[in-house]
Write a protein that binds this ligand. Structure first.
Ligand code: PEP
Ligand code: MN
Length: 354
């Protein structure tokens, strides 16, 4: 395949390329408010579904074409690129007329070669990036078939989205990640950019961060994440959307490993660890000196060494602080217990001095 980069002008091409926005466009106000908040945090590509494939009839099936005008306003006001899902040739025509910058094909459409071919035909002669989600069932050939149909229509800016695979019993994930499938796709089509959709894989807010990190560890190129200003009130997929603020936090916490890391960068990282260890030891020594001063004070004022309320407070507050910094509570507790025991030993020595 002879592909062109899907990275639009002005978008940072380094990993991860981020697409974010609500599952569905609900109202003009919701779309614009979310877009403004995302743009303020540096997001450059905005997503919102206007035609929603829902499992059962009667639910919210998207606002339809009216939403395209709201996406147009997002472009004008924020300068972000806008992306939406298409499932029929009418969707493609309307989206192109509205100046949508990027299209994606949903998982329920990728399974259907007739639908994908119809979209491909409507795209003939058009130059627009198209992202193809995996089919809902774990069938790599079907996924590749859809990619080939879109490529066959002359589209050269193609990417894929890994959004997990349906299973009968949903346990931890809404859609099983089955990472070996996108990994095999990468082996077969190495030039194809792969996005991860942690929102639809996890189906729960809490899983967005760990799944995004896993995707980065597997060298995926980008992330498409559902973000809503009031996730609890979302008209679709409320449980898996995150606020723009949380999204910003999740993205900042990601560790992006360099695919081409050399031994030089490893040496540099080890040098940083050496420095941090030295700082840790200096801080510990300082803490012990202060502990001994407290020991002297307690001795002079005839106070007991152990003061449980203070110790409990230290353990609780520090564990909370640690958790906010992504440190395991158990780890923080164990370290603090060790430090505390050493402080007590030091103060006992002082108490016993004549
Ligand atoms: C979506 O992105 O909102 C969507 C409908 O996703 P999927 O096709 O992966 O279910
Ligand atoms: Mn959704």
């Amino acid at each position: 395949m002879n592909l062109e980069s899907i990275v639009l002008p002005g978008v940072d091409p380094s990993r991860p390329i981020v697409i974010a926005g609500p599952c569905s466009a609900e109202t003009e106000e919701q779309v614009l408010n979310t877009a403004r908040e995302l743009a303020a945090r540096g997001i450059r590509i905005f997503r919102a579904g206007v035609w929603k494939p829902r499992t059962k009839p009667g639910g919210f099936e998207g606002v339809g074409s009216a939403g395209l005008a709201w996406l147009k306003r997002v472009k004008e006001e924020t300068g972000m690129y806008v992306a939406t899902e298409v499932a029929t040739k009418e969707h493609v025509e309307e989206a192109l007329n509205a100046g949508i910058d990027m299209l994606w094909i949903g998982a329920r459409t990728t399974v259907n070669p007739f639908a994908v071919q119809e979209i491909a035909d409507a795209l003939t002669g058009v130059d627009i990036p198209v992202l193809i989600k995996n089919p809902v069932n774990p069938d790599l050939e079907l996924w590749i078939g859809a990619i080939e149909r879109i490529y066959g229509a002359g589209i050269r800016k193609i990417g894929v989205i890994h959004r997990g695979f349906s299973s009968y019993d949903k346990k931890m994930y809404r859609n099983l990640p089955l990472w070996h499938i996108p990994i095999e796709l990468r082996r077969r089509m190495p030039e194809l950019p792969i996005f991860c959709d942690p929102s639809h894989i996890g189906g729960k807010r809490e899983l967005v961060a760990p799944l995004s990190q896993q995707a980065m560890d597997l060298s995926f190129d980008g992330l498409i994440i559902e973000s809503h200003t009031a996730p609890e009130e979302a008209w679709s997929d409320g449980g898996q959307q995150i606020t723009p603020e949380v999204l910003d936090f999740v993205l900042n916490m990601l560790v992006i490993r360099d695919v081409h890391q050399t031994t030089e960068s490893l040496t540099e990282l080890r040098r940083q660890i050496d420095q941090i260890d030295e700082q840790l030891l200096e801080l510990l020594a300082k803490r012990m000196r202060i502990s001994r001063e407290i020991g002297v004070y307690k001795k002079e004022h005839n106070m007991p060494i152990l003061q449980s309320p203070r110790y409990n407070e230290i353990l609780e507050k520090r564990s909370e602080m640690g958790a906010a910094m992504d440190l395991s509570t158990l780890f923080v507790k164990e370290i603090l217990q060790e430090i505390h025991e050493e402080s007590v030993r030091q103060q006992m020595i002082i108490m016993n001095q004549q």
